[in-house]
Design a binder for this molecule. Structure first.
Ligand SMILES: Cc1cc2nc3c(=O)[nH]c(=O)nc-3n(C[C@H](O)[C@H](O)[C@H](O)COP(=O)(O)O)c2cc1C
Length: 201
């Protein structure tokens, strides 16, 4: 099938992704879990921004955001997204394309509760992706929310997770003279088994 070994070895791409991320946690300057998340708008115009990957599950990737943000609108209308994570220190990348659904249950509640109080209040105060008249207006909103919500705010109904279930995962590692190693795991449907192919660099 393919000559995978070393850092590419294994029969579960989520285990490989977790092991690469764990390695990057020891080598990156900051935010080893940052991903460039890509969406498309209703006209098919692509969009990208960084977010933090918060969970690698047994069959999916989860991040958290504002459900009224631009990215959320684009995800909700397309039901699909892609992301890439790149570690300069390891000279590796992982690319993911897949189907997306909301994680707005107890798992989102638990993650929200784990954040610092200021971050929890900030999630309430930010109308993410909407125009803002000034920084002072944002700080006034934070003060208003703090007075109203106190020290134990519930998760805002407009804030939670998205779970990306991949149809494709590609592992890439730098090779000498641009002769990189690439392995693409792909499947037509979530219930299919993975097809693994080595790709030209
Ligand atoms: C390293 C990094 C991590 C970020 N993590 C998140 C995140 O986890 N969730 C989020 O909503 N925005 C995050 N942001 C901000 C987003 O890049 C973006 O500005 C915001 O989500 C609004 O995007 P949108 O208007 O396309 O929805 C992060 C930015 C950077 C640079």
């Amino acid at each position: 099938m393919s000559d995978r070994s070393g850092i590419f070895a294994g029969d579960d791409p989520f285990v490989i992704a977790q092991s690469w991320l764990t390695e990057a946690e020891g080598t990156e300057v900051n935010d080893p879990n940052s991903i460039a998340l890509s969406t498309v708008d209703a006209d098919g115009l692509p969009n990208a921004r960084m977010v933090l990957l918060k969970e690698i599950e047994s069959a999916a990737f989860v991040f958290y955001t504002n459900y009224e943000s631009r990215k959320a609108q684009e995800i909700d209308q397309a039901g699909k997204a892609a992301f890439v994570m790149h570690w300069k220190s390891l000279r590796r990348q992982i690319r993911v394309r897949g189907l997306v659904e909301k994680e707005d249950g107890p798992q989102a509640d638990a993650y929200y509760a784990s954040r610092s109080l200021k971050s929890r209040l900030g999630a309430w105060a930010s109308h993410q992706s909407q125009p803002l008249s000034s920084r002072a207006a944002l700080m006034a909103e934070v003060a208003r929310i703090t007075a109203r919500q106190g020290t134990n705010p519930p998760r805002p109904p407009f804030w939670g997770g998205y779970r990306i279930s991949p149809l494709e995962i590609e592992f890439w590692a730098d090779g000498a003279f641009r002769l990189h190693d690439r392995f693409r795991w792909s499947r037509k449907d979530m219930s299919d088994s993975w097809n693994i192919a080595r790709l030209n660099p």
